[in-house]
Design a protein around this ligand. Sequence first.
Ligand code: SAH
Length: 661
Amino acid sequence: MNLESARQDMLDRQLAGRGLRDPAVLEAMRRVPREAFVPAALRASAYDDTALPIGEGQTLSQPWIVALMIEAAGIRPGDRVLEIGTGSGYAAAVAAALATRVDTVERRPALAARARATLERLGCGNVRVHVGDGTLGWPDGAPYDVILAAAGGPDVPAPWRAQLAQGGRLVMPVGMTRRRQRLVRLVRDGDEYDEQNLGQVRFVPLIGRHGWSDRDEAPARARCDAPPMSLPQCIARAAEPLPAPDAADFGAHFDRYAGRRLVLVGEATHGSAEFYRARAAITRRLIEAHGCRIVAIEGDWPDVATLDRYVRGKLPTAAAATPFTRFPTWMWRNADMADFLGWLRRYNRGRPEHEQAGLYGLDMYSLAASITAVLDYLERVDPAAAAVARERYGCLSPWQEDPADYGRAALDEAFRRCEQAVLAQLRNLLDKRIAYAAREGGASYLDAAQNARLVAAAERYYRAMYHGATESWNLRDTHMADTLQHVLEAHGADARATVWAHNSHVGDARATESGERDRLSLGQLCRERFGAGQVLIVGMGTHAGTVAAASRWGGSMEIKQVLPSRPDSYGRLMHDSALPRFALDLRDGAHPALRERLAPPRLERYIGVIYRPESELHSHYLDVSLPAQYDVLLWFDHTRAVTALPARESGEGADTFPSGL
Ligand code: SAH
C-alpha cells in the first residue's frame, strides 16, 4: 500500500470507523504527512494503528489518540494552543492546522531541534518549538485556549491551570503510575475546572518540577545515609529482623503500635501459612497484653458468628450451618486457623463475657444464611415480626442459592420492591433495638441486626455486580467498614479491633492503580473515618514458595508454586535485601530517605483464592506506591501453603475444624 492510500485508510478505519466525526479534525489529520515525522526506517509504518518510536526512548502517539485529544480539545480558528511534549512535532503540526498559533515545549533538546527542522520544512509557520520544562507551562504566551499534554503526570500541573484561558480546554493523561493513565479533559470556568474522563491510555512520563522526578537523572538525592546505597541495601539497613511467628517474642515487636484503635493486618495471598501464623501471633499479643477484644476477619458474618460461639465456649445456634463449607474452604478451614481458634477458646475460658475476645465476620457472601439467621432470631423474640420478615425476604428466595443471577433479573423494575422490602425489614429491626435487646441480650441483637444489614447490602451488591466490578467492589468494602464500625460501637467508646483481610482490602486504595479506577478499600475508609493516626495498616508479602489456591472461581484447591517476584516489583527489592523475615516501618518520619525512594510506584503482587502463574503479570500485579499503601510491611521471603482441613458435617475426631464444627 502506498502512503497516500495508507493515510486514507487510517482516516476511514482508525478515525471515522471509531466514531471520530469532527470534519475539521479529519481534514487536519489528512493534510499533515505523518511520514515526515517518523524515522526514515519506519516510513512505511507511518499510518499503522500504533505508536511509533522516535528516539531517546520517546514515542509518537497512535493516530487515533492524537485525533481524539485534538477533538476533545475543540480547537477552533483563532485559538492559541500550548502543547507539552513536542516529540517529533506531529501533534503540534495537526493542532497548527486548526489553530492560529501553537507553542510547543520539549525537554529534550535533540528532539526539539529535529521537530523544529521538520516543521520548518513543511512550512508550519504558526508553530514555535521551545526547549524547557513544560510542566511550568509557557508563561510568555499565556493565556491559552487549549493546553495539550503528550506525556502523563501524577496530576494537572498548577501552572497549566493558571495559564488556561476562561472557557479554555486542557487535555492530558493523568496517572498515579508512570506507565498507565486516564485521559482527562478540564474546562475552565472561573476558578472551577470541570473534569471529564476520556478513558485509559498509556503515555510516556511527564518529567519535570510538576511531574515525575527523573529517577535516572537524579541519583544524587537517592541516599539512605551512607555512600551510594542501592535500594535493597537501604531496606536491609532499615528492616528489623523478626523471629519465626511461633516464637514467643514475635508478638512483642508490635507492642509499639498497641495504642491504635485499629490494627489492620493484610496478606499477599489467601493461602500461605506464614501469613496466618503472623497475624495470629500479633493478635494474641494485642489481646493478652493490650486489651483488644475484637478480631474482625474477611469471612462471612454468620459463619464467623459460629466460630465466635465456639471460642466463647457456646454451642452453635440451632439454625446455623456448618461454617466455611463453601468455596474457598481452605481460607478459614486450615490448621493455623484451627490453632488460633483453640488458643482463643482457652484464653476466654473462665473469663466473664465482657473480658472475652470475640470474632466477627466482615464479608457478605452469605445471603441465604443471613436470611435464615434473621428469621430464626425473630421467631424467638417476636414471632409476629418473623412472619412479616419471611414475606419481605420472599422476593429474594428464588436467588438465594445463586445470588449472582439476581443482578440480571433485578434490572426488571419489579425488583425495586425487593430493595424496599429488605430495607424496611432492616429499619424495623433497628427500631426495635431496645425491646429486642432486653429479651435476648445485646450480643444476639447485634448478630441479628448485622445479618439484616448484610441482606440489604447483598441485595445491592448483586444488583451492582451486573453494572460493573468497581461499584460492587466498593459496596463490599464499604459494608466491611460499616460492619467494623457497628461492632466497635457495640463494644463501647474505647473498644479496639484487630482486622484480618487481604492486602487489597487493608491497603489504602488511594495508593494503588485500582484507586485510580475509583476503587476504594477498607483500609482507606478506616483512615478516613477514624483518622490515619488511629489506624495501623500492616501489609504482608513474599518472594516465592508454595500457596494454596484454585485455578478458577469455585475450582478445587491446589498447592501451587509461587513464581519468584518480578525484577520490577517491590517484592524483588525486599528479596534482594537478603533477609528472610523482617518488619519495615514505612510510616512518615521513620526512614525518610528510604520512604522517598520507595514512593515512586512499582509492581506489587496480589494472590487471592485464585492464582494463575501463567498470566501472572496481567492477573496478579498492580502498580502501587508502597509507603502510601501500608504503615508497616512484614516480609516472609519464603512461604508455604496452608494445610487445609476437611469439611465434615459432624465433628468427631481430632482433625475436624476445630473439633465440633
Ligand atoms: N506529541 C508528540 C509525542 C511525544 S512523546 C508527537 O507527536 O510526536 C512525549 C514527549 O514529551 C517526549 O518527547 C518527552 O521528552 C516529552 N516530555 C516529557 N516531559 C516533559 C516536560 N516536562 N516538558 C517538555 N517535554 C516533556
